[in-house]
Design a protein around this ligand. Structure first.
Ligand code: PLP
Length: 675
């Protein structure tokens, strides 16, 4: 390898990725909505000096919460997990007792049972509501079953009449895991108030938040005394505080479950803002449902049912995609778009711990397994801007419809590009293709991989110039199989030439920067970062590759022609010795679009013409040296003699035109053009 080639090679091995930071839209999965009201309330509380958790300091939050419990008493706890533990201890669940729990839930539901020494018995869920399945519940009941712990998944109610009937007929208690369900209702009655006991969560992902936190709702008055004693570390302090006894003492096994009063202060404000929060969540849910309804109609996704008896609280925004591989790709795709979308619980019966401790096995609860493999949860928080919802919707739609961005025929036989409704890419990479079936198959992945490693949001526009081999088919397959990439395609109905293919791609581009490379990768995509860096920094409006390759006998004629052509361009047109022919050119899009209309040649001379016109128009042109690796087995679509003669002819004609500027259609005004 010659010295120059070696130096270039070394530059390639150390690609420079220190780009100026580009804004990437980030949409969190959830975000607590904390206003000045919460902040001020904490300030006032702390300044008050009395910061311990007492009846007095917890009262505002308890009172606020009672509006959601039909006035039933509540005990504020450190978490919903703690509230469930407290509830089970209240019922004196102990070794030998069984408690029925859905498999599709958070570990806390089952852990709370184990913490009391009981055995959680897992069951399946209902495919329509994702709540505990009634038939599965019935089948799981034994003589040892003491309670059932249904989860109102996403704030959608379980079938409480059916469930309570089964529980009642067997003397079982119902403890509602209403972690998701504050403010949601069953037949008009608040969730959390329908079992003997109910448990809420105020973890920072929930509708009303205190960071960590929970509450136990006591619906069965017979349980109040016991609940209070366990809550008060096993003492009868509550009675003492009410003045019912003159001193308090240790009366049973208990623990410390009390919520911090600082958190209760935040919670009181959050609960007072419940309606405002719900309105925000409803707005986002409605936008999702409306925006994604076409995907439901087309059978790509489905929403679960909201039974008539249920008034949900919009805790989660989710849908189901039957094919897991597709679901996973969608999640991956949304991540690449800065959208935090997630799956949800791995069914508990599939966890190693449950298999070992409870003897569960895969396949035992098929609905829970299927749902877990198909669910997609979208970002949802009350203050989420409409714009962000629209972006999420658009991204989901584009995943299922990569062809949304594929162009449609217009009158002149070309295809025009519908403007994508999502954020424009930073870079549009045009890949002109003529009879490139093999190269596409071999090299497109490589190009995408290189682009993925840059910090750019990009789109790739494949232009098929009416190839007669399988190029168009490969492109279509690629679009279909790579929905998580932003790919578009333009299909020419008749062969229009390489220049026209690039031009159409550039005209369809929506990036700030755009350019093209040849799919044969004789100039490798790894030079892209270097080229883009020059555009981003403002150092250049146009970057062209300057090919370097070793002199070899089999390609002697080509070598001479290329060198000779370069010499002629420089001599006849008086420009610097650009390697105008190289299939690697990148532009600041707003600078090149106006010039495209001027370029007359649509075939191979297009490259020279566009370079020279850019130079004439005052674009800052930067050259990057590249190693050119000739594809030995490639059958070039450039016909050496024919195309060579044609290029010479074009060159002379172009030279004449440049010497007679009045013949140029738009000449000097070009720089004033505003894209
Ligand atoms: C269904 C369910 N139950 C209980 C919990 C536990 O809530 P916490 O974090 O307040 O203990 C969660 C947590 O999100 C949950 O999803």
């Amino acid at each position: 390898m010659t010295g120059t080639l070696l130096r270039i090679q070394q530059r390639i091995e150390k690609p420079c990725y220190s780009f100026p930071a580009l804004p990437v839209r980030q949409i969190p999965h959830t975000a607590p909505w904390i206003t000045d009201r919460e902040i001020d309330s904490v300030k006032v509380f702390l300044k008050g000096g009395n910061i311990g958790s007492s009846r007095e300091t917890l009262r505002p939050a308890e009172e606020a919460l009672r509006n959601f419990t039909d006035g039933h008493p509540v005990l504020l706890t450190t978490s919903c997990t703690a509230a469930m533990e407290l509830a089970l201890r209240c019922l004196d669940i102990s070794p030998g007792d069984e408690v029925i729990v859905p498999s599709f839930t958070f570990v806390s539901t089952a852990n709370a049972v184990l913490q009391c020494g009981g055995t959680p018995v897992l069951t399946d869920i209902d495919d329509r509501t994702l709540c505990l399945d009634i038939a599965s519940l019935e089948a799981a009941c034994t003589k040892r079953t003491r309670a059932v712990l249904p989860v109102h998944y996403g704030g959608i109610s379980c079938d409480m009449d059916a469930l309570s009937e089964i529980a009642g007929s067997r003397g079982m208690h119902v403890i509602e895991d209403a972690a998701h369900a504050l403010g949601a209702r069953y037949k008009g009655r608040p969730l959390g108030t329908l079992g003997s006991l109910g448990c809420f969560s105020f973890h920072d992902t929930k509708n009303c938040v205190s960071g960590e936190g929970g509450a136990l709702v006591i619906n069965d008055p017979k349980l109040t005394g016991r609940a209070e004693m366990i809550y008060e570390k096993g003492t009868n302090r509550s009675q003492f505080l009410r003045g019912e006894i003159d001193k308090y003492t240790w009366v049973c096994q208990g623990s410390s479950y009390t919520m911090s009063a600082v958190l209760a202060t935040i919670l009181a404000v959050q609960i007072s803002r419940y309606e405002e929060i719900l309105r925000g969540r409803r707005r986002v849910s409605r936008l999702y449902r409306e925006g994604l309804s076409s995907l439901v109609r087309e059978g790509h996704i489905r929403f679960t049912e909201v039974p008539e008896y249920s008034t949900p609280n919009e805790h989660l925004a989710f849908f189901l995609v039957r094919d897991t591989a597709r679901r996973d790709k969608l999640l991956e795709y949304l991540q690449t778009r800065g959208i935090q979308a997630y799956f949800h619980y791995i069914p508990l019966h599939l966890s190693p711990y449950a298999m070992k401790r409870l003897g569960t096995r895969p396949g035992q609860f098929p609905v829970a397994e299927q749902i877990s493999l198909s669910i997609v949860r979208l970002p949802l928080f009350p203050q989420m801007p409409d714009d962000d919802c629209a972006y999420v919707i658009e991204c989901v739609k584009q995943f299922f419809h990569p062809e949304r961005a594929v162009n449609v025929p217009s009158e002149n036989g070309l295809r025009s590009s519908p403007k994508p409704e999502i954020e424009p890419p930073d870079l549009s990479l045009v890949i002109p293709c003529y009879q490139e079936e093999g190269h596409l198959k071999n090299n497109l992945d490589e190009i995408l991989k290189t682009l993925d490693e840059t910090p750019f949001r990009y789109e790739v526009i494949l232009v098929d110039d009416a190839s007669r081999d399988g190029t168009a088919k490969v492109i279509r397959q690629y679009l279909e199989n790579h929905p998580h990439h932003r790919l578009r395609a333009i299909f020419h109905e008749k062969n229009m030439g390489r220049g026209a293919a690039v031009r159409d791609g550039l005209e369809a581009a929506s990036g700030r920067f755009a350019g093209f490379i040849d799919i044969d990768l004789e100039i490798h995509a790894r030079y892209l970062p270097a080229a883009l860096k020059r555009l981003v920094s403002g150092e250049a409006d146009m970057v062209i590759a300057d090919r370097h390759y070793p002199f070899r006998l089999p390609t002697l004629s080509r070598y001479i022609t290329t060198r000779g052509y370069r010499f002629l361009v420089r001599t006849l047109l008086g420009t610097p010795a650009f390697d105008t022919e190289s299939g690697f050119k990148f532009f600041r899009l707003e600078r090149i679009i106006p010039l495209l209309k001027e370029v007359k040649d649509q075939r191979w001379f297009w490259d020279t013409e566009v370079t020279v016109r850019s130079h004439d128009a005052g674009l800052k042109i930067s050259v990057i040296p590249v190693v050119f690796i000739r594809n030995a087995d490639k059958k070039s679509t450039v016909r050496l003699l024919g195309d060579g003669v044609r290029s010479l002819f074009c060159l002379v004609r172009f030279m004449r035109e440049r010497h007679h500027p009045h013949r140029r259609p738009n000449g000097p005004n070009i720089l004033n053009y505003k894209a």
